[in-house]
Design a protein around this ligand. Structure first.
Ligand SMILES: Cc1cc2nc3c(=O)[nH]c(=O)nc-3n(C[C@H](O)[C@H](O)[C@H](O)COP(=O)(O)OP(=O)(O)OC[C@H]3O[C@@H](n4cnc5c(N)ncnc54)[C@H](O)[C@@H]3O)c2cc1C
Ligand SMILES: *[C@@H]1O[C@H](CO)[C@@H](O)[C@H](O)[C@H]1NC(C)=O
Ligand SMILES: *[C@@H]1O[C@H](CO)[C@@H](O)[C@H](O)[C@H]1NC(C)=O
Ligand SMILES: *[C@@H]1O[C@H](CO)[C@@H](O)[C@H](O)[C@H]1NC(C)=O
Length: 509
């Protein structure tokens, strides 16, 4: 199932020598930079926002990041048997250029790659098992699915090629005031349509077969987003891209990126929960007035309030994820936008797998499959089962076969019942369960996506999650909002919502 990654040399180059070009223009501007900027949320989105805002606004502005829980947010680890394992966001695509750039910039490194081997389980047996030989996999898939299998990488390449345009736009300092405009700039009407229709509808219209969707695509969407092929086409394509080779993670844990970004951007971390944001207009110079935002928060030392020129909300405005009151805004800003978040339960089991459960006939010491996808079957609540490695690979480590005790990660949308664990594992010595309100339920057509701009200089980073939730999407949104806030502050309207950028910038490459 490994799809080929095209080489995007030019873009990689552009991505790696990323400098905020727009920052150069500010020296000549007469308007003073903002004094203080607040960011609500210290996940990858909020911490990347701190980094890009520093890049845009320079050294004098004070950047404060509020975090009510742990820096890293949905990037988190659990300790099992003396080692840490990712329990939230875990894999990064080789063409996620912001993540790549950030990791380089922070002096972090990718975790040494472990070979992975995939299989698909239908509740009774493995209907597909990857061989060590690429050509064998290829022939098997073409034998079974014919042109579908050849068309898939072509379709993906088309989607990905348009996706990559965002890096060039941002490189040249362009920003977008809404998700529709951003998606349109990347891929025109086709991209908007992707978000508005199910992956199933889109792929059937492209000529893929229902059997291929059920056998191959469904396991992929279940694996990545715990949802069926009825999620929308854009997030579906993001899920399918995780079949590419060269996936990586950050050595020591993906969450290291967040603390690293906060440190690098010289942002001040405020350990506290933001309870409300309100607007106050106070007279500044005679005859003019400035919008400022009061941010109220509760920390260990009690309730407090601070005032900012720009505020970035970098947490989903969703029930159970944040509860912020916006007061004094007209039109009013809701605490929660409509739409559901999907529950993903991650269960880390340190134990010995029962390979018979998977219908595997050969010896467990010969079973090296690491990523088990599942079809949409009623036999089990398990959506995927993965043999995972510690965030820091110990010296001399190699991934053990199924006959040995090791760490398996189960994803499901409800807790795995004890009876089921007993079937799947012969024995175990620990089970750690983590329940996430993980990412949106992607049910198209979308009725109105939340705005990036909540108010003049009050922005909503996680609106982007309606297109797709991933570390890279958060970083793209962070960069977009840093640029947008900058251009709106200095009234550089020519850098906002430009049409046909990919044509205008073609000559620049
Ligand atoms: C199980 C799982 C698997 C995933 N797998 C992948 C993957 O393989 N690859 C990938 O790229 N992505 C993956 N994702 C998605 C990815 O983890 C998220 O898209 C990304 O981490 C979101 O980052 P964020 O900063 O936007 O939000 P968050 O990480 O949610 O950060 C928001 C932060 O805001 C804080 N906060 C909330 N309210 C307040 C308040 N009122 N005051 C102060 N602080 C507040 C929260 O404590 C939190 O730390 C996965 C997610 C989950 C849950
Ligand atoms: C999305 O679909 C809805 C309902 O089918 C339609 O009304 C709307 O115009 C579509 N939006 C876009 C941007 O295509
Ligand atoms: C938000 O405002 C409402 C009404 O003023 C109040 O009842 C509620 O407690 C507030 N919530 C928070 C988290 O401050
Ligand atoms: C292993 O799985 C098989 C097939 O589901 C089952 O019959 C058997 O009882 C399981 N073994 C144990 C020890 O649970």
């Amino acid at each position: 199932m490994a799809l080929r990654v095209q080489s995007w040399r030019t873009l990689l180059f552009l991505g790696l020598c990323q400098v905020g070009l727009s920052g150069l223009a500010t020296a000549a501007d007469e308007k003073d930079p903002p004094k203080k900027i607040a960011i609500v949320g210290g996940g990858v989105g909020g911490s990347a926002a701190a980094y890009f805002l520093r890049q845009e606004f320079g050294p004098s502005v004070k950047i404060e990041v509020f975090e009510s829980d742990t820096v890293g947010g949905r990037l988190a680890t659990e300790n099992v048997g003396g080692h840490d394992y990712e329990s939230g966001g875990s894999i990064i695509h080789p063409l996620n250029l912001h993540m790549k750039h950030i990791v380089d910039r922070l002096g972090l490194s990718p975790r040494p790659e472990m070979p992975s081997k995939r299989a698909i389980f239908d509740g009774k047996e493995l209907i597909y098992e990857e061989s060590d030989w690429y050509i064998v996999n290829f022939i098997r898939m073409v034998w079974r699915y014919g042109l579908n299998f050849i068309r898939m990488p072509m379709w993906m390449e088309n989607v990905l090629e348009k996706f990559m345009r965002i890096y060039q736009y941002q490189q040249f300092g362009y920003s977008f005031s809404s998700m529709e405009k951003l998606l349109h700039a990347m891929g025109g009407e086709d991209y908007i349509a992707l978000v508005n229709r199910t992956l199933e509808e889109t792929m059937l219209a492209e000529g893929f077969s229902q059997v291929f969707l059920n056998d191959i695509v469904m396991p992929i969407t279940r694996f990545n987003y715990g949802q069926t092929v009825r999620l929308h086409g854009f997030v579906g394509a993001v899920a399918i891209s995780s079949m590419d080779s060269g996936l990586w993670a950050v050595d020591g844990g993906n969450g290291k990126v967040c603390s690293g970004l906060l440190y690098h951007s010289k942002a001040e971390l405020v350990q506290g929960r933001v309870t409300s944001i309100s607007m106050k207009t106070r007279p500044s110079k005679p005859g003019s007035s400035a919008n400022l935002y009061d941010v109220s928060y509760v920390s260990e030392s009690g309730a407090a309030q601070s005032t900012y020129a720009i505020v970035i909300v970098a947490t989903p405005l969703h029930q159970g994820l944040s509860d912020i009151n916006f007061s004094g805004f007209s039109p009013p800003i809701p605490s929660h936008f409509p739409g559901q978040f999907h529950i993903t339960v991650t269960t880390l089991v340190h134990g010995v797998l029962n390979v018979s459960y998977l219908g595997v006939m050969y010896k467990p010491e010969d079973f090296f499959v690491s990523d088990i996808f599942t079809t949409d079957n009623k036999a089990s609540v398990i959506q995927s089962l993965q043999s995972i490695d510690p965030v820091q690979i110990p010296k001399g480590y190699s991934r053990p076969p199924a006959s040995q005790k090791k760490v398996w990660k189960i994803s499901s949308s409800v807790s795995v019942p004890q009876e089921e664990l007993k079937k799947v594992f012969l024995s175990w010595d620990s089970v750690v369960e983590k329940r996430w309100l993980a990412y949106p339920s992607y049910t198209p057509p979308q009725r109105g996506t939340p705005p990036f701009i909540l108010h003049n200089q009050l922005y909503y980073l996680n609106a982007i999650e309606r297109a797709a939730s991933s570390m890279e999407m958060s970083a793209i949104s962070a960069r977009n909002l840093a640029l947008l806030a900058h251009h709106r502050w200095y009234q550089q309207t020519d850098k906002i919502d430009q049409e046909d950028l990919h044509i205008k910038l073609r000559s620049e490459l």
